[in-house]
Write a protein that binds this ligand. Structure first.
Ligand code: SME
Length: 168
């Protein structure tokens, strides 16, 4: 099942997330495979926020992150834990906001036009199961507001799906 989500883009980010999070929750069917939820979430986020140039999930396996469902240009497929913003977030199990990617040591530039980024880890039984990576073509696109709501979203996914069962 799927449904269109109508969002008023003239609102503030907080107001948009307040509308978006319950809409995403209602869109997701936890009886369906994980890949369906991840794919539609990337679509909704990319459609909703003009500041997003790329959004996707990397899935963790044996201390590596593998490219999963995403929206945007083609991206690097494998990132070691500890490498880049994604790998750093996975290693420290924390959300990382990067206002200027050129100032982040080891940033992996899949898209040379990317200027800022946020990465949110998803955990399962205490271990990192995936990260949500979002890029922007503007500096300082992501704030504590994005962190707050994206963490709520990622916790919802972790609470409702089992990554160890696989995508399908
Ligand atoms: N910039 C990320 C790599 C993934 S791409 O942005 C899609 C990083 O430094 O981990």
């Amino acid at each position: 099942m799927s449904a269109n989500i109508a969002i008023d883009k003239t609102k503030t980010d907080s107001e948009i997330y307040e509308q978006l999070i319950p809409s995403i929750k209602s869109l997701i069917n936890k009886e369906e495979p994980l890949i369906c939820a991840l794919a539609n979430i990337t679509s909704v986020l990319k459609d909703t926020f003009d500041k997003i140039s790329w959004v996707g999930f990397y899935l963790a396996k044996e201390e590596k992150l593998f490219l999963g469902p995403f929206q945007g240009k083609t991206a690097c497929t494998v990132i070691d834990f500890g490498k880049g913003v994604c790998g750093y977030s996975a290693a420290v199990k924390k959300t990382i906001i990067v206002e200027n990617v050129n100032e982040f040591p080891g940033h992996i530039a899949c898209d040379e036009n990317s200027l800022s980024e946020i990465v949110v880890p998803l955990t399962e039984n205490g271990a990192v199961a995936a990260v949500l990576d979002i890029d922007s073509h503007s500096y300082s696109s992501f704030s504590e507001i994005d962190k707050n709501y994206l963490e709520i979203l990622c916790t919802f996914i972790s609470d409702n799906f089992q990554f160890r069962k696989g995508l399908l």
